[in-house]
Design a protein around this ligand. Structure first.
Ligand SMILES: [Ca+2]
Ligand SMILES: [Ca+2]
Length: 241
């Protein structure tokens, strides 16, 4: 991409971007085209990260391991639903992912957790996600029973209007009371302790030639399962109060 085109794209994307400044946006654009270049063995006309390429970044760079959640994160980034994260979806997605306010993060997480996109987190969806994220725990006699209990505990704690599912209003109210519930159904944000959250994106530019090498060093800092467990313990302990 030539300098003029890059500048134009940067200006355009910075205008709609709340949390990144111009030089950070430039870095993210460069990083994007570098990543696309790495994975692209396809016509130049298709410029974007497909599901697999994007999931690979979530895994390598942000240490995510949960397939279901990574799929949902991809769909949340892919706003126009064309199966590809383009450069503007990349920058707009990362602004929430890395720097979002609590309001933005709540919207994002709810979208991730609403697996079928009908505007509610149903019991079945909770069961699916909790089963998925707790699979690494030592197996009990009947793990499904334990998860069903956890779904009930979750509803008791978060379903304020008692209709048996979580609306955004339910979820928002619960998270405002206990921020740990933001990621109640699985880790879908970078760990706040991770260097990426505070990372000067100008520094990322230096990583561009070897993105995966630099990123794998970062991934050791992530403790995603820890985040889920904390949220789960918080749900469990509240239920007995
Ligand atoms: Ca798209
Ligand atoms: Ca749903």
């Amino acid at each position: 991409m030539n300098r003029k085109k890059l500048q134009k794209l940067t200006d355009h994307l910075t205008k709609n971007c709340k949390h990144f400044n111009k030089s950070e946006v430039t870095c993210l654009i460069k990083l994007f085209y570098n990543l696309v270049g790495d994975v692209a063995e396809r016509p130049v006309a298709v410029v974007g990260l497909d599901r697999n390429a994007f999931r690979n970044i979530l895994h390598v760079t942000f240490g995510m391991t949960d397939d279901m959640i990574m799929d949902r994160v991809f769909r949340t980034f892919d706003k126009d639903n064309d199966g590809c994260v383009n450069v503007s979806e990349w920058v707009n997605g990362l602004t929430v992912f890395l720097r979002g306010s609590l309001d933005e993060k709540m919207k994002y997480c709810f979208e991730v957790f609403d697996l079928n996109g009908d505007g509610f987190i149903s019991k079945e969806e909770m069961f699916h996600m909790l089963k998925n994220s707790l699979l690494k725990q030592p197996s009990e006699e009947d793990p499904d029973e334990g998860i069903k209990d956890l779904v009930e505990i979750t509803l008791k704690k978060m379903d304020y209007d008692h209709d048996g599912k979580l609306s955004f209003a339910d979820y928002e109210k619960a998270v405002r009371e206990e921020t740990l519930l933001l990621e109640a159904f699985g880790p879908c944000l970078p760990d706040p302790k991770s260097p990426w959250s505070k990372y000067q994106l100008t520094g990322v530019a230096a990583l561009v030639p070897g993105v995966s090498t630099g990123a794998s060093v970062f991934s050791s800092h992530f403790d995603f399962l820890g985040g889920t467990c904390t949220a789960t313990i918080c749900l469990a302990s509240q239920a007995f109060l």
